[in-house]
Design a binder for this molecule. Structure first.
Ligand code: DC
Length: 208
């Protein structure tokens, strides 16, 4: 049983995916962390972010068990991840690891940009979680300032718009909903409401 959850940056996929995985007792993989870990390993080694063969080599060394969300959550790492994510060889390496994870028993939840379209096109349940760029920027702004760190709303909004363009505009595996994905627009929803909407969709799919 595979649950595929895709959507743009800061749409609330991560929180929703963890909650869904917990509800069903499934393993969860935030595939964004695999791109982030590859980017961070390159940066830490002082290597360039535009050498595809080098980045592929690093991607093949990524251990899923070692992915640390706290460490990888830095904004700069997300930006770098979005840049190496346009490279087909990097994607191929990481998608192989993600597919191997996806078949774990009793089931898995994978979240990212291309799970329903490329990584697990046969997943029986696909959700595409989105929200307007303004709402996503507002949530990120509240999260950052809630931690006592000053932030600039317009700068965050511009970053989100730029990231969307890069993720949706790349040639290999662009972000888009799979034709059979259920769309979940959380612009006007709390996390709790989004969870219950997702649960209704998943339970209906599990019955089939
Ligand atoms: O979801 P995130 O912010 O952790 O993702 C960081 C970057 O990784 C994102 O901008 C694009 C890339 N990514 C991807 O291309 N495919 C995925 N399945 C997940 C993330």
């Amino acid at each position: 049983m595979i649950i595929a959850i895709d959507g743009p940056a800061a749409a609330g996929k991560g929180t929703l995916s963890r909650r869904v995985a917990q509800e069903y007792g499934f393993h969860h993989l935030d595939t964004g962390l695999t791109y982030r870990a590859t980017a961070k390993a390159l940066i830490d080694a002082g290597l360039p972010l535009d050498d595809e063969a080098l980045a592929e080599g690093v991607a093949r060394e990524i251990e899923l068990a070692d992915l640390d969300r706290e460490i990888l959550s830095a904004h700069a790492i997300g930006e770098a991840a979005s840049k190496i994510a346009v490279m087909p060889l990097v994607r191929r390496a990481l998608v192989e690891a993600q597919r191997a994870f996806s078949v774990r028993a009793p089931g898995t939840v994978l979240d990212g940009r291309d799970i329903g379209t490329v990584v697990c096109p046969d997943a029986p349940v696909k959700l595409y979680v989105t929200a307007s760029a303004e709402v996503r920027a507002r949530r990120r702004f509240d999260e950052i300032t809630g931690n006592g760190i000053p932030a600039d709303f317009l700068e965050i909004l511009a970053d989100i718009v730029k990231r969307d363009e890069r993720d949706m505009g790349r040639a290999d595996s662009p972000l888009r909903p799979a034709p059979d994905a259920h769309l979940l627009d959380t612009s006007e929803m709390s996390i709790e409401a989004a969870f219950w909407a997702a649960k209704t969709i998943i339970d209906a799919a599990l019955k089939h």
